[in-house]
Design a protein around this ligand. Structure first.
Ligand SMILES: C[S@@+](CC[C@H](N)C(=O)[O-])C[C@H]1O[C@@H](n2cnc3c(N)ncnc32)[C@H](O)[C@@H]1O
Length: 245
């Protein structure tokens, strides 16, 4: 496992704050984000989101916040829960532009609205959402704990936070195959399709340095969440984390 601290892994390694670099990177890759997501994950991400939606069924959320919504895929998957409204927030206007187009085509633009917002500072009211989801977003936060604490503040008492994030397979043959794929295939395919030469190398590096499984659960607890749990997905490539307020 990498000895780098996750918050020191940045897209471009420049002097700008991680947040600015992340925003710039997602603005750059936005036009090809959905396509590359499907190619690189072999569409497995759809089944991961489905699992998360099933987990949320137990609390039947009426108000939902999708943090780091990007092009809106997690929010769209959550529409199945028939909430009254879903708000998506993100720091990248470029990503949300594609998300809004998708919502219009799917006629979901009344149910789901996307707005500019940073997980760490967004001033949505205290105790205002039944559920908050974050798909592949927490790894990109500049300050992970600040973000998780702010989301805890926004969540209603009894509400659920659900985080879907890349994890890391256990040592063994599968991990070796995964490392080959993420070190060589992911950056090469990423460079071929997107304009950004660094984005998909950053993906590999940031996944390796990010806390996963029990370590991430203990961060959730430190940030105030209770009834925490995690479930490994597809042999540890990703994990679904949950916690309640
Ligand atoms: C890998 S994309 C995930 C998009 C979407 N959730 C999905 O599952 O496909 C990560 C997104 O996190 C956003 N992001 C990163 N840091 C953020 C923050 N502090 N607050 C809100 N969004 C953030 C990025 O702009 C980007 O759109």
């Amino acid at each position: 496992m990498s000895s780098l601290k996750h918050d020191t892994v940045t897209p471009y390694g420049s002097t700008e704050q991680k947040k600015e670099q992340v925003e710039q990177m997602f603005d750059n890759i936005a036009p090809k984000y959905d396509l590359l997501n499907s190619i690189l994950s072999l569409r497995i991400h759809k089944s991961w989101r489905k699992k998360c939606v099933n987990k949320l069924r137990s609390i039947q959320p009426k108000s939902l916040l999708d943090v780091a919504t990007g092009t809106g895929d997690f929010a769209i998957a959550c529409a199945e829960l028939q909430p009254n409204h879903i708000t998506g927030i993100d720091i990248s206007e470029g990503m949300m532009k594609y998300g809004r187009e998708k919502l219009r085509k799917l006629k979901l633009d009344k149910l789901i609205t996307l707005q500019s917002g940073d997980a760490e500072t967004v001033d949505l009211p205290d105790n205002s959402y039944d559920a908050i989801v974050v798909g592949f977003g927490v790894r990109n936060f500049q300050n992970l704990e600040t973000g998780l604490k702010n989301l805890h503040r926004i969540l209603k008492p009894g509400g659920m936070l659900l985080v879907l994030e890349f994890s890391y397979p256990e040592p063994g043959l599968f991990r070796s195959l995964y490392e080959f794929y993420s070190k060589f295939i992911t950056p090469t395919v990423g460079r071929m399709f997107s304009k950004d030469k660094r984005a998909y190398s950053y993906l590999t590096e940031s996944v390796k340095a990010f806390p996963h499984n029990e370590e991430f659960v203990s961060i959730l607890e430190k940030c105030g969440y209770r009834n925490t749990s995690y479930e490994s997905l597809t042999m540890g490539i990703a994990a679904m984390y949950s916690g309640k307020k």
